[in-house]
Design a protein around this ligand. Structure first.
Ligand SMILES: NC(=O)c1ccc[n+]([C@@H]2O[C@H](COP(=O)([O-])OP(=O)(O)OC[C@H]3O[C@@H](n4cnc5c(N)ncnc54)[C@H](OP(=O)(O)O)[C@@H]3O)[C@@H](O)[C@H]2O)c1
Length: 276
């Protein structure tokens, strides 16, 4: 790999998340492509990233991370042990580590990469899959050694591919259960809404388009007005009309407790996985 004089960012892992965060760095103007190196085991993945983004690529995690100001961990949790072995002792003093690995605490990452009493600065992020279309939701928590400037930089990167906010690390399992896993619940809802349309005679493509845009538009109204969803629901509920007929049916069938339960179940599962 031909190295540039300065590597600002090393991204370990070139999948959905690694590529999305790479786009975030570039969109936020945090580094030029030649100041970023991204790694993967597969040559095809590396070639694709080099062609699409003009960044440096490497199969050598240790070489990539050495000297980088920020190292982003974007591999699956089962690959962490190998990557940690590669990186241990290679990070420059003052480097920031940003991890998107589900269930891995900032202390655990610092200990793995820097040793038991490590003062390594680690930010832990729980992005969700819409970062792929710059509409992600990426709450983050910072470890004790992270400076305000490092947190601000991370927020700029995450904000370039969607919404972001800082949360206490104790909330990370809950955000995993809500926004991290949430796209799966919403996809089920979109599919079911479309099924309703198809059942009543709409072609599938039209039904899916209407369902997706309805979810998108309703979410935008919640965000842009800042009004409580119950107030907005009341606004579209005409006495004796169609919406109240449907929403009272949904209440009777338990949509609300079902969704609350989904978030609780996913949060508990995230806690279990964190302990494993
Ligand atoms: N996807 C989500 O919705 C989501 C949401 C929140 C958090 N996350 C977290 O994000 C992380 C990545 O998920 P993803 O969806 O981006 O996975 P992915 O698409 O499978 O990407 C993982 C990447 O890691 C690379 N990799 C594996 N072992 C490596 C090694 N030893 N050295 C260098 N690169 C290596 C893989 O490349 P090769 O196979 O070519 O080596 C691949 O590019 C996970 O820890 C997950 O918990 C994901």
């Amino acid at each position: 790999m031909a190295r540039s004089p300065k590597t600002r960012f090393a991204i370990i892992g070139c999948g959905n998340m690694g590529r999305a965060l790479l786009r975030g760095i570039l969109k936020a103007g945090l580094a030029a492509p030649q100041e970023i190196v991204i790694t993967a085991r597969s040559g095809m993945r590396r070639d694709a990233a080099r062609t699409e983004f003009g960044v440096q690529t490497s199969a050598d995690n240790r070489g990539a991370a050495r000297g980088a100001e920020t190292v982003i961990l974007a591999v699956k949790p089962q690959n962490l042990a190998t990557v940690a072995k590669d990186l241990k002792g290679a990070l420059r003093p003052g480097a920031l580590v940003i991890s998107v690995l589900a269930g891995k605490t900032t202390d655990a990452i610092a200990a793995l990469l820097g040793g038991a009493r490590s003062k390594l600065a680690v930010i832990r992020v729980m992005p969700n899959i819409p970062v792929m279309v710059d509409a992600g939701c990426s709450p983050y928590a910072r470890g004790a050694a992270v400076t305000d400037a490092q947190a601000t930089m991370a927020a700029r990167m995450l904000g370039a591919v969607g919404d972001t906010l800082e949360v206490a690390e104790s909330h990370m399992d809950t955000v995993t259960g809500l926004s991290g896993s949430g796209p799966a619940y919403v996809y089920m809802m979109i599919e079911a809404l479309a099924d309703g349309g198809v059942k009543m005679g709409l072609p599938r493509d039209i039904a899916t388009r209407l369902a997706a845009q309805t979810v998108h538009g309703a979410a935008l109204v919640v965000k842009e007005t800042g009004l409580h969803p119950a107030v907005l629901r009341d606004q579209v509920t005409t006495p004796g009309g169609t919406a109240i007929a449907a929403t009272s049916d949904l209440e009777g069938r338990g949509l609300r407790p079902m969704l609350i339960s989904a978030v609780v179940t996913a949060t508990e599962r995230s806690r279990e996985l964190s302990r494993a």
